[in-house]
Write a protein that binds this ligand. Sequence first.
Ligand code: UGA
Length: 438
Amino acid sequence: MKISVIGTGYLGATHAVCMAELGFDVVGVDVDQSKVLRLQRGEVPFFEPGLEPLLRKHVENGRLTFSSDLQAAAGWADVHFVCVGTPQRTNALSADTSYVEQAVDGLAPHLAPGALVVGKSTVPVGTAARLRERLRAQVAPRTHADLVWNPEFLREGHALHDTLHPDRIVVGTEGDVGVATLREVYAGALESGTPFLVTGLETAELVKVAANAFLATKISFINAMSEVCEATGGDVVALAEALGHDERIGSRFLGAGLGFGGGCLPKDIRAFQARCIELGLNRSVAFLAEVDEVNQRRRARTVALAHEMLGGRVKDRRIVVLGAAFKPDSDDVRDSPALDVADQLYMRGGDVVVHDPQATEPARRRSPDLVYVDSLAEAYAGADLLLLLTEWSEFRVLDPAVVGSRVRQRKIVDGRNVLPVPEWERAGWQLRALGRGA
Ligand code: UGA
């Protein structure tokens, strides 16, 4: 079986590499020539643990190639995974589906007989059915090519594991179109017992957005509890731990702190609201607006806390922001809470210095006015305030005595609730954490 993967961002590049790892011949297609060239040289254009060695392996053994020739890929492969982005539109909540449309339009007229187009991108419910009609209208006569939807649940930072060992495989289709083909693609995972769920197109699209909406809600729930803890003297970390022991609730995604960002959760909850409004279901997911607001308020609260700890004066104070990526083990700064807080403190006149183990370049492109330093020690030297905003493992294990000997003032905000508070306090630090009181 020959496979093409359209779009080589976080999702597509990972999927292409994993398909090659499963033994298929794969071409990854992207309109961005420079990305194609880098991937063909064995370079991953973003940070994802473990991906680059596997990419190299399959580029070198010839199983994986990259190209910007969509038409050639359309005629060559049997299965085409569409992995292009569906970003939030400017000045609107809704998702821009033009890239998935372009991918389908580019593939359809050139598809080989029996080819299967498999949508993986996150799309508003109803998009897949529309795209299937669009595809059917453009394929050559008697080609019998078709389209199904197979949402992706990978997390950045764990992309290889999530793609090779998914916790479920969902296929949205009509009847059994494409089911046998996808069972063959995912044979390895199926053998190890991964649930394989066949649904209609709409349900498959909804599984993805509902999952992300649920995760975002869970995070904002605990962050709302954080606000209550701050006002009442409660401790959100102890609260979350106690809640998590209830198996019906579970402890994952109950990490209180600066909240969620990235290229998925924020845009997906907004696009879901926009789609429901279009469908006349204004009330059904109206709570997601509140989920979004709770999330944004954590950023504002962190800025306020910094202000407070600096005695009401941010201007000209050396404020060190640890972390720029939206989460650890990623260099993605899309809607990054950490970078957002850094920007806001800079706008208030702070002398803001940012250190991130991987995201400096993407952060610099987004927020060029901030100062970025490569070494952690260089970052905290002379600091008036430290803010730990992305919980990279190296930040969790900082030695408060060593850091304390280099800063100007021993003041730190733990925006992710990961530092051992007593240890820092014993070393003479004033530590404030979100949801834990003074
Ligand atoms: C998310 C989903 O977890 C994936 O299942 C999904 O496939 C992906 O979106 C997608 O739609 O493609 P990802 O964006 O990589 O994955 O990041 P998450 O691990 O979900 O983290 C999202 C944000 O939530 C991060 O900013 C993280 O710091 C924050 N978070 C996470 C918390 O604030 N608290 C937690 O307890 C967990």
